[in-house]
Ligand binder design. Structure first.
Ligand SMILES: Cc1cc2nc3c(=O)[nH]c(=O)nc-3n(C[C@H](O)[C@H](O)[C@H](O)COP(=O)(O)OP(=O)(O)OC[C@H]3O[C@@H](n4cnc5c(N)ncnc54)[C@H](O)[C@@H]3O)c2cc1C
Length: 343
């Protein structure tokens, strides 16, 4: 019988992130498919609030490593905490959200415990009474289902690929696992965090909508002129009004490197597609983008797709979008912004 263990860490506010609750849902589903029970391991400065948040999740045991040494992500201390929890739980399958904190450390712990690790897991299930996982290969073109016999088996679950667990908070009792860190595990200290201002941060994985901009925003329009400042205003206003996440076609982000007038807040990190990212928003709206295959392949996981293009023969109109508005995106978006602002 497998011993399933969910490993989560607290956020700065002491709570669990959505990605942790998604992995919790995945563990619960796997446990019931296998007829097995599961434990939860928590790591953080203070973990009681997080444990209370998931008190009703049905875990057989809640194991925790807490203290100021575990407040910040750090390979040495995180690896020691995870190793101790895995041993206490006698875990055979360890499931964790693929946060930047866990991504950094999980492969190392798998090595220490003579286990194996798989990343980018998007599905968990049971086949022949054994756990199996699915993940995508070759830029999200092929999906594989696989299993392993080596234990412990560490699985990093892609955020956004599962539905988040929902349950009422309660009073949880946590078994404290003592971890004494050697000085060598405390050599790294986080002295501060530099991040863009909230408004400059346009990539929002938790947003309901992905808003995608294409090169058309910078092209000559019907009057023979480009209208980049208006494009920038339209896009900024829409993002400010909706808090949507901003994606882009490659052509548009590449223009910046070629010294052309472009939208000042776009970087290659916004690029969606074969050589960009593959986000998982519920809805996507493409504007001034042609919807060619290398771009549209990045939309694989977007559940409802709409596009605004002047070209009735664009890629979106050839079966890649649910709804295509053959219209001028400048006119449509300024009207949409006006209606949103009036709300
Ligand atoms: C190996 C390889 C990898 C690639 N990887 C990626 C990738 O990861 N991501 C990616 O995006 N691309 C990728 N590409 C490039 C991709 O094939 C396309 O060239 C790119 O997506 C085109 O960008 P676009 O649609 O914004 O621009 P364009 O093809 O120039 O299309 C602009 C569109 O805007 C429309 N338009 C203009 N004005 C308006 C208006 N006022 N209102 C509405 N519509 C308007 C036009 O009708 C046109 O359809 C890759 C290509 C290769 C070869």
């Amino acid at each position: 019988m497998e011993n399933l263990l969910l490993l989560v860490h607290t956020e700065a506010d002491g709570a669990l992130a959505k990605s942790a609750l998604e992995s919790l849902q995945a563990v619960q589903t796997l446990a019931s498919a296998l007829g097995a029970s599961f434990s939860v391991g928590l790591v953080g400065e203070k973990i009681q609030d997080a444990a209370n948040q998931i008190a009703a999740c049905g875990a057989a045991r809640l194991l925790g490593v807490e203290g100021s040494d575990f407040a910040q992500p750090r390979y040495g201390s995180d690896a020691a905490a995870i190793e101790a929890i895995c041993k206490a739980a006698q875990a055979t399958v360890v499931i964790a959200p693929a946060t930047s904190r866990w991504n950094r450390v999980m492969a190392g712990v798998a090595q220490r415990l003579n286990g194996r690790v798989d990343t980018h897991v998007t599905g968990l299930g049971a086949e022949n009474c054994a756990p199996s996982i699915s993940r995508w290969y070759y830029r999200q073109r092929m999906e594989a289902t696989l299993s392993r016999t080596q234990r412990p088996w560490f699985l990093l679950v892609d955020p956004g690929s599962q539905t988040a667990w929902q349950g009422t908070a309660g009073a949880a009792s946590v078994e404290a696992i003592a971890v004494t860190l050697p000085d060598t595990a405390k050599r790294t200290a986080i002295t501060g965090i530099r991040q863009p201002a909230a408004d400059a941060q346009t990539i929002r994985p938790d947003a309901d909508l992905l808003f995608v901009t294409g090169a058309g925003w910078t092209k000559k329009q019907a009057d023979g002129q480009t209208h980049v400042p208006e494009a920038e205003k339209n896009i900024r206003d829409f993002l400010n009004l909706t808090r949507a996440s901003l994606g882009s076609s490659k052509s548009l982000v590449d223009l910046g490197g070629e010294g052309q007038a472009v939208l000042s807040f776009l970087t290659h990190l916004n690029q969606i597609g074969q050589t960009g990212s593959t986000p998982r928003h519920n809805k996507g709206l493409s504007t001034c983008c042609h919807g060619e295959e290398p771009h549209a392949v990045g939309w694989r996981f977007i559940k409802e797709r709409r596009a605004i293009s002047l070209d009735a023969n664009c890629g979106w109109a050839r079966g890649k979008a649910d709804v295509v508005y053959v219209a001028d995106a400048f006119a449509v978006m300024s009207k949409v912004n006006e209606l949103l602002a009036a709300k």
